[in-house]
Every structure is written in structure tokens, then in C-alpha cells.
Design a protein around this ligand. Sequence first.
Ligand code: GDP
Length: 465
Amino acid sequence: PSEEYELSRRRIFSNTKELWYYVNSELQSLVKEGDGVKVEHISKIKDIVGEHYRSLLKDITSLADVDGHAVWRQQESENLSNLVQKRLKHLQNPSDCAKARKLVCDLNKGCGYGCQLHHVVYCFIVAYATERTLILRSKGWRYSKGGWQDVFLPLSDTCLLPNGETTNRWPGHRNTQVITLPIIDSINPRPPFLPLALPEDLAPRLNVLHGDPVVWWIGQFLKYMLRPQPATSNKLDEYAKKVKFQKPIVGVHIRRTDKVGTEAAFHKLDEYMIHVEQYYKYKELTDKVDKKRVYLATDEPKLFSEAKRKYPEYEIVGDEDISKTASISKRYSDQSLSGIITDIHFLSLSDYLVCTFSSQVCRVAYEIMNSLHPDASTLYTSLDDIYYYGGQKRRLHIAVLPHEANGPHEMNLLVGDEIAVAGNHWDGYSKGTNLRTKESGLYPTFKVSPKIETAPFASYPDVTL
Ligand code: GDP
């Protein structure tokens, strides 16, 4: 398919969703204020519009696969992934480690596992862009004292030591042999190739392949990093058998404890389950669903019994003990590491994800999911944020239809305006700042399209398939 075809198809898909968000949220507020008879009528309308919506989504989704496009997408995704993986392997295995240019990164950022993985991905992206072998210092890791290699394969077979003739802090010079990198929040100067930027040489192909190409890109770094040690693999296989992990299954991640009220709002189990229900109704348009399953991952152990009590028609898969270890007091131990690796792994293997993107646990699962499918950019519902990368440069929208503000909360758009996006309110509107007028406010999401940003990265001309 051409880029024009793929972008139009995705636009119709996402605007169908936006139309549903709008109608659903308007009808919902009518239900809240309506009297008895009206409420019944409105609920009926909501159900029927919901049926229209799912049928439309199904038809648009089938357009992605016809005329050999599914086969093409699978092949293109494999080719691109093989190319990137080969480049990473080449970068990480220099023939002479004593002379190699290196970038040193400390795993021990003082935060959770998801946050630390994102920290390493950021280091790896800088290493890739500047063509330096990434050296990960991980001894004394808060999750496993022996370090990264306790659970995952080392990032290199030939080069793990940070030594060199000259060492300097970022940015150093091209000929400084070893450069140490601070965390993304304090990198200075900020290079142009941090997320959400894509490498110029791959961007045109990624833009045809994927609905949110930067997620695919980040997924490729995780794919390389998270190659499990045999013992880790075995544990995951055993766990899959123990909990009877089977498809269809929807991954639900519910982040509570220390996150709620500080970095994210509280959401009830029912708010997640509405989207799980939606997913299965959608699925039942084409497939017979023998059993509705949910893979539940959470740091709030009580949710297992709540889910089983309130949703008896579901099979709730997961492990309450993992959740107990995850709850705040025992968080950083070998045991909690094995729990979070397990939860992220099975969330990423699920058919669909329902979670809050304010949590790095769910964003990592989504990124990994996108390394397992040619394009899994539509296989999630986030109850709060849109996808972002901590420390990223802004996400941009570009107006494709003009908009005249409908009240003080909205802003004007002219075609071609660039908007720095703050978030989607999941009611048909997004919030952002118009870079031309400097105005901030709401605008209808269907009047914009995503803008892809690119940057010059090292292009590895000698590494080809
Ligand atoms: P965030 O705080 O949710 O953005 O994600 P982080 O990964 O940075 O920190 C949260 C930490 O809490 C995780 O790394 C886990 O140690 C723990 N945690 C949170 N949610 C879960 C879960 O669903 N399962 C498990 N096993 N641990 C969790």
C-alpha cells in the first residue's frame, strides 16, 4: 500500500473512534441529568450507536488486510526489525573493545522497573544515534544485586567494561573514547534524536508500516535488551502453564498504591472493565468467544477478589501473590523483579491492553507488544494519558481542518497550524497549545493529524540485510 492509502485508512479508523468518544460522552451526560423515561431512551440509543461503531471499526480494520496488505505488513515489519536488530548487534559487539567508542549508562536510576527500562532505552537510543557501544553499569541493581545479567542476556558478548583512554561527561567530543550519560531529565545539551524523533533513514518506511512509529522504534530497543537468560525464559514458561495463560485474553493493568493522588488519578475496576467488555463485543462480531479472559496485573492485591466477585463470567488470570509483593513495602527485591517481569511479559502477550499510560509499567508492556506485532498501535485503551516517553520532546498535531472556538475553553485552528499536544480527553476533544497563536485550549481531535518528527541518527551504511 502507498503512504497516502495507509494514512487515510488510519485517519478513518481514529476518527471513527473520536466520533464515538464524542457521542458516547454527550449521551452519558444526558443520562446523568435526564428523567426516567428519557434515560431509558438515551441508553438504548447509546447501545445502538455502539453497535454501529464496532461494526464500522471491524470493516475499517479489515481494509488493513485485504489485497495482500497483511502479508506485506508482516514482511515489511520483519525486514525492518531484522535490520535494526542487526545494527544493534553490530554496535554492541565491536571487534576491539579496548579501542571502541563507548557510552556509559547507570541502570540505578532511583525509580521503578518500568522507569529504569525507559532510562536504558534512552541511553541505547543515544548510543545508536552517536554510534557508540552502550556500556550498562548494573552491579548492585536495586532489583537484583548481581545486576542485569542475573535475568537478561548481557548487552554485549565482547564489550562490557567502561574503560578507555579518555573519559568525559556528555556531550564530550567525537574523539572522546568514553562518554558518560546523565538521566534524560538533565541531559544538556539536548540532542535532536531523543524520542519522539525517528531516524531519518527509517522514518519513511516506518510511517507507512505503523500507526505510531515511535512506539515501534522504542519496542526494537526493548526487544534487544530484554532477551531473557534461559532461567528467566523457563520461569515465564512455567508461569504460563500455572496460570493457564490462553487467548483470547485482555491485559488489564491497574496501578494504585503510591501512584494514586501523586502522579495519577484513581480509577475504579469498573472503568477498566467497560473497555474489556467493548473489546469482547467487538471480537464477537467475527469470532466465537468460548471464554472471556482477563490478565490482571496490579499493585493492589484486593482487586483479584473484587474482579472475581463482580465479574463471574470472566476468567481472571494472574497471581495475587505477585501483586502482594508489588504493593509498596516489599517493592525492590529479586522477588518483586520476577513479578514485574512476569506481569509486563503477559500484559504484552495479551490481545488488547486496558490501563493508564501514566504508568510506565503499562507503557513498557505496550512498547513490547508493538515489537511482537507489525502494528499494535490500536490495541489498547488508556484511561488517562496518550502515549508519551518520559523526557520526550513535545508530541505534535497538525491541523487538517479549520476550527472556530466554541466557547472560552476551545481554541481556533487554521489548516497547517502545529499544536503541541497535552492530552486527549477521550470525549472527542484534545488539549494543546497552538504554536502559531500561542493559545492553549481544547480542539476537536478529528480536525488534526499526527506529525512525525525525524532527526539525523548514525545510518550504519555497512550493516545491511
Ligand atoms: P510507574 O510508577 O507506574 O510509572 O512505573 P514504575 O515501573 O516506574 O514503578 C512502579 C513499580 O511498582 C514497578 O516497577 C513494580 O515494581 C511495581 N508495580 C506497579 N504495578 C505493578 C504490577 O501490576 N505488577 C507488579 N508485579 N508490580 C507492579
